[in-house]
Ligand binder design. Structure first.
Ligand code: AMO
Length: 462
């Protein structure tokens, strides 16, 4: 509760309420035709026709056209001064446009605000790039505080926000508990070389590559958990599919029969996310020329060895002994799933145990292969998941088999020493999912402030 006896708070609260009460969000201007309203936002575009000065004003909810007429002299003079990105509050009459002046492409295209007064909150310098021109990626990233304001970027990140909300809603509704795992960790779960290490008061610590250990430990507490969390990969190369910091959508669930229960949960979750996007984000998909995929009742699934056989036959490559798929193989398998099953998604299961992390559960019916899966979507892996070892002794043996020391994992192992159910889960890369949904060529375009080997906000070599 706010303590409204505090004089500072009371003052701020009153002012804010007054402003909020008066302000009309642009998307609601329809409801106030013929009335004088106050809008607030940024000047998106200004067109000076001498007597008539047109402004496209943008707020969080949309864009509206406003016009300054010489009959409101003070407002007209102020409008002359305005430039793109100036922040203003505008009072005006919400007029219905004559039929032939309606702009069908805009949700507010049937209204024009006749400006009666303008208050300037802040001025902006001229943009250092052409807002309407094509921006190359480096310029786009160099000016993110500004380029993120463009319609395209706003569409990308509002879709992303809706994906996260749908992920959270679906899992909460299905009795998963949201957890906040730490990012500073002692030993990394994935066992790969690509973790960032740093000095932690004289000790070596890592930035989490995934929330793996903590989501497993929390199955011992809540049975079903999920998180949306930043994770870090020290990828020493710059590709269109890798980030050094990304958001992992993770879940972990207890009392499963095998990895197929996790795959079914992922299917249902994806179907829910697409339903939510249908309801919330059609406009954004249209703007980006992208289509919301249909998630089939059953996503097609192949064992890695079956996929490799198909690849050898189709491409003449001998990849039968490879432990994983190459990017071009993932692309081919997605085309195959589309042609054969009309599906944008395909599961690949049973990767060799030798290349999977120490927590991986071996399929007793298919020795040396994992009860695990990757999910490919529109040409790229978006998820890895599977069943995990839940028996303490088996896990200790698996750690040793990987050449690791069980003592180093003693904290994590406590959960297993004291009773864990059969469980499994998955991790899905939010940026890869967003990029593929929206047809973005580079995963970095789906990260607000992407970190790669050459860039932390600015190019590192600058
Ligand atoms: P994995 O390492 O396969 O599995 O990662 C899971 C998913 O995360 C995404 N991803 C990335 N996205 C952008 N940039 C990267 N550098 C990057 N690396 C991975 C991908 C990938 O499918 N703990 C397991 C998951 C689990 O079994 O629960 C894990 O982290 O979409």
């Amino acid at each position: 509760m706010l303590d409204i006896r505090c004089p500072t708070f009371r003052f701020k609260l009153t002012n804010l309420c007054k402003f909020m009460n008066e302000r009309t969000y642009i998307k609601n201007a329809h409801e106030k035709i013929g009335q004088e309203i106050v809008i607030a936002g940024w000047v998106n575009v200004r067109r000076d026709h001498g007597k008539l000065i047109f402004l496209d004003v943008r707020d969080a909810t949309g864009i509206i056209q406003a016009v300054a007429l010489p009959s409101h002299k003070e407002a007209h003079d102020a409008a002359k001064e305005l430039r793109p990105e100036w922040v203003v509050s505008i009072k005006g009459i919400a007029n219905k446009r004559p039929e032939k002046m309606i702009n069908q492409d805009s949700p507010t295209g049937d209204i024009e605000l006749e400006i009666t007064s303008i208050e300037i909150f802040s001025r902006a310098e001229e943009l250092p790039f052409d807002k309407d021109g094509e921006l190359n990626l480096d310029t786009y990233f160099d000016y993110l505080p500004l380029t993120l304001r463009t319609e395209r970027s706003r569409a990308i990140f509002s879709v992303q926000a809706n994906i996260i909300a749908a992920f959270r809603n679906f899992l909460t509704e299905n009795n998963f508990v949201e957890i906040q795992p730490p990012k500073i960790i002692g030993e990394d779960a994935e066992g790969g070389a690509n973790s960032f290490t740093f000095d932690y008061f004289g000790h070596t610590a890592h930035l989490a590559q995934s929330p793996q250990f903590y989501k497993q430990i929390m199955v011992g507490v809540f049975e079903k958990v999920f998180t949306t969390t930043s994770v870090y990969r020290a990828e020493k190369h710059s590709t269109t599919r890798h980030l050094n910091e990304y958001t992992s959508l993770d879940l972990e669930m207890g009392f499963i029969n095998d990895h197929r229960d996790v795959m079914r949960t992922e299917r249902a979750l994806l179907a829910h996310i697409m339903r939510v996007l249908e309801e919330t984000s059609k406009k954004e998909f249209a703007l980006l020329g992208a289509e919301i995929p249909v998630v089939p009742e059953e996503i097609p699934s192949l064992k890695l060895r079956e996929a490799q056989k198909l690849l050898s036959e189709a491409l003449g490559v001998d990849c039968a002994n490879e432990p994983d798929l190459e990017p071009q193989h993932e692309r081919w398998l997605c085309e195959y799933a589309q042609k054969t099953y009309g599906s944008d998604f395909i599961f690949i299961t049973h990767f060799p145990m030798s290349k999977r992390p120490m927590y991986t559960f071996e399929d007793p019916a298919d020795k040396d292969y994992a009860r695990g899966f990757d999910l490919l979507f529109r040409g790229i892996e978006i998820t890895t998941g599977g069943q995990r070892i839940h028996e303490y002794q088996t896990l200790v043996e698996s750690i040793k088999k990987k050449g690791l020391e069980p003592e180093k994992f003693s904290f994590y192992l406590q959960a297993f020493k004291y009773g864990m159910p059969p469980h499994g889960g998955f991790g899905m890369g939010l940026e890869r999912l967003t990029a593929k949904l929206l047809g973005l060529e580079n995963v970095k375009e789906a990260a607000l402030f992407p970190r790669d080997i050459n860039r932390i906000d600015k190019l590192l070599s600058q």
